[in-house]
Design a protein around this ligand. Structure first.
Ligand SMILES: Nc1nc2c(ncn2[C@@H]2O[C@H](COP(=O)(O)OP(=O)(O)O)[C@@H](O)[C@H]2O)c(=O)[nH]1
Ligand SMILES: [Mg+2]
Ligand SMILES: [Zn+2]
Length: 321
């Protein structure tokens, strides 16, 4: 039976790239029934049966139409709580943004729109939870802000160990570095995400001729109605590599993170966690907290610590013990 990669998903239809070409598939009845049984028996969480960049086995019925009959185990799954469903309820469901993610590139703008590092920190937490092997921060519109200001805003991320690229789709600055990160390895699949208006489509258009992705600020009014469509696809670079184009991601409510594990997803906190007096320290009001001490001595950036506190509170409100 042919095997392939899911390169496009839309409303129950999945385009599978195989050695013999692309086949549009639906999910076989057996797969659906098996999944329902597993959820009922509490052996699985509610999640997408098939996701973008899954490796699947298909049965081809007639020309270019098929059934997905098997899905390989996923690694490095970038996901979020399905929007519109109240978190913490039994109906909560995982929405997979990308399966088998090799790299996450988070795009922000130096300005216009004003970068929100709280949102960036949420993305980073999701990526750390998914253990994505490579995490890159891409600051576009570097033409709009002086280098010293850029450094002031994003330098902390370099200090704690992330790769930060300062680029401009407009002037071309920094694009060679971005190209090296995204393009070249034929099997590398990256997610390229960030708020709308930061220049994601503009960047991809410059990186690959002939792509012609639509650019310009998308207003909230036009995007909201499209949530149900849930269309997403992989763009394949001519010189090797894929990038996920997932218009639906505007915010990530981190999926399946327990409050007590959050600290380890703030990578600069990791060395301190085991030095706290209490093993279950939440790094807030406890005595002899090594994390708080590190914040006080400026070894941990106060804004990152603030992100931690906010997310921790949010997770505690949602989490069902
Ligand atoms: N000044 C400046 N503007 C840019 C740059 N890249 C994109 N833009 C503009 O930002 C707006 C949003 O770009 P778009 O690619 O549609 O953003 P997306 O929503 O992230 O895909 C458009 O008006 C672009 O012309 C850049 O490097 N510098
Ligand atoms: Mg766009
Ligand atoms: Zn502590």
């Amino acid at each position: 039976m042919p095997k392939g990669r899911v390169i496009r998903t839309q409303s129950g239809f999945f385009t599978v790239q195989t050695d013999e070409g692309e086949v549009v598939c639906q999910i076989s009845g057996k797969l659906k029934i098996d999944a329902q049984r597993a959820v009922h028996k509490d052996e699985a969480q509610r999640s997408d049966l098939v996701a973008l960049n899954d490796f699947v086995t298909i049965e081809v019925a007639d020309a270019n139409k098929g059934m997905i009959v098997g899905v390989e185990d996923r690694q490095h799954v970038l996901s979020r709580v399905e929007p519109g469903i109240s978190v913490g309820t039994s109906a909560e469901s995982e929405q997979i943004i990308l399966a088998n993610t090799d790299q996450a590139v988070f795009v922000l703008a130096a300005s216009k729109p004003t970068p929100n590092t709280r949102t960036l920190d949420r993305y980073l937490v999701s990526a750390e939870k998914a253990e994505i092997p490579s995490i890159v921060i891409c600051v576009n519109k570097a033409d709009l802000l002086a280098p010293a200001k850029l450094q002031q805003k994003f330098g902390v991320y370099e200090t704690i160990g992330y790769t930060v690229l300062y680029v401009s789709a407009m002037t071309g600055a920094g694009l060679d570095a971005l190209r090296q990160v995204l393009i070249g390895d034929p099997n590398r699949v990256s997610v390229f995400t960030g708020p709308s208006g930061v220049g994601k489509s503009s960047l991809l258009n410059v990186l690959q001729d002939g792509l012609h992705l639509e650019t310009s600020e998308v207003s909230d009014a036009t995007t909201k109605g499209r949530h149900t469509t849930r269309f997403s696809q992989l763009i394949q670079f001519k010189d090797g590599g894929y990038v996920a184009d997932t218009p639906g991601i505007r915010s990530i409510a981190p999926w399946d993170i327990e409050p007590h594990e959050l600290d380890s997803y703030f990578i600069e906190m990791r060395p301190y966690i085991s030095q706290c007096k209490f093993a279950d320290c939440s790094h807030r009001h406890e005595p002899n907290c090594a994390v708080v001490a590190a914040v006080e001595s400026a070894a941990i950036h106060p804004e990152r610590y603030d992100s931690y506190l906010r997310l921790r509170e949010e997770l505690e409100e949602q989490y069902i013990y």
